[in-house]
Design a protein around this ligand. Structure first.
Ligand code: ZN
Length: 136
C-alpha cells in the first residue's frame, strides 16, 4: 500500500518512493496534431513507455485533446529531458502517480509549454476507499 501523502504545511515532506510511475500528457489541437504524431512516433521508438490512445475529445481532467505516455520512474531521467528539448511547442503535463490524484495534477505536476487549466473536480483528493478511481 502507498503511504498517505504527507501534509507539507505541517512541516513534513512527501517521500518520492511512493511514486508508482509517471504520465506525460501531450496536448494538441487539429492544427498541431501532425506535430503530436511525429512526437508520438519518436517517443515510441526511443523510450520504454506505454502509449495511450488518441483522445480527440476532452477526457477526465484534461480540457483538450491529448494522448498519455505512461512510464516507469527509471525512464524519467531519459524521457523528460528529451521532451524538454523536443516537445515542439506542444503543451505537456508531466505528473507522478501517487495515491493522491488531485495533488499529482496540481502541486506535484510539471509543465512544458503552457500550463492548462485542468478540470480538477473529477480527481480524487484522498487515497481510494474502493477500487473505483479515475486517474487519466
Ligand atoms: Zn495522467
Amino acid at each position: 500500500m502507498a503511504e498517505p501523502v504527507a501534509d507539507q504545511s505541517a512541516g513534513r515532506f512527501v517521500e518520492p518512493g511512493q511514486i508508482r510511475g509517471y504520465h506525460a500528457h501531450i496536448y494538441y489541437n487539429p492544427e498541431t496534431r501532425p506535430v503530436a504524431e511525429r512526437l508520438r512516433e519518436a517517443i515510441g521508438n526511443r523510450f520504454s513507455v506505454e502509449l495511450g490512445r488518441w483522445r480527440d475529445q476532452p477526457v477526465g481532467p484534461h480540457p483538450v485533446s491529448m494522448y498519455q505516455v505512461a512510464f516507469a520512474s527509471e525512464e524519467f531521467g531519459r524521457l523528460v529531458p528529451w521532451l524538454m528539448l523536443n516537445h515542439g511547442g506542444l503543451d505537456v503535463l508531466v505528473h507522478p502517480q501517487t495515491a493522491d490524484a488531485y495533488a499529482d495534477h496540481t502541486e506535484h505536476a510539471s509543465w512544458l509549454g503552457a500550463k492548462l487549466s485542468l478540470r480538477l473536480d473529477v480527481l480524487r483528493r484522498d487515497p481510494p476507499a474502493s477500487s473505483a478511481r479515475l486517474d487519466l
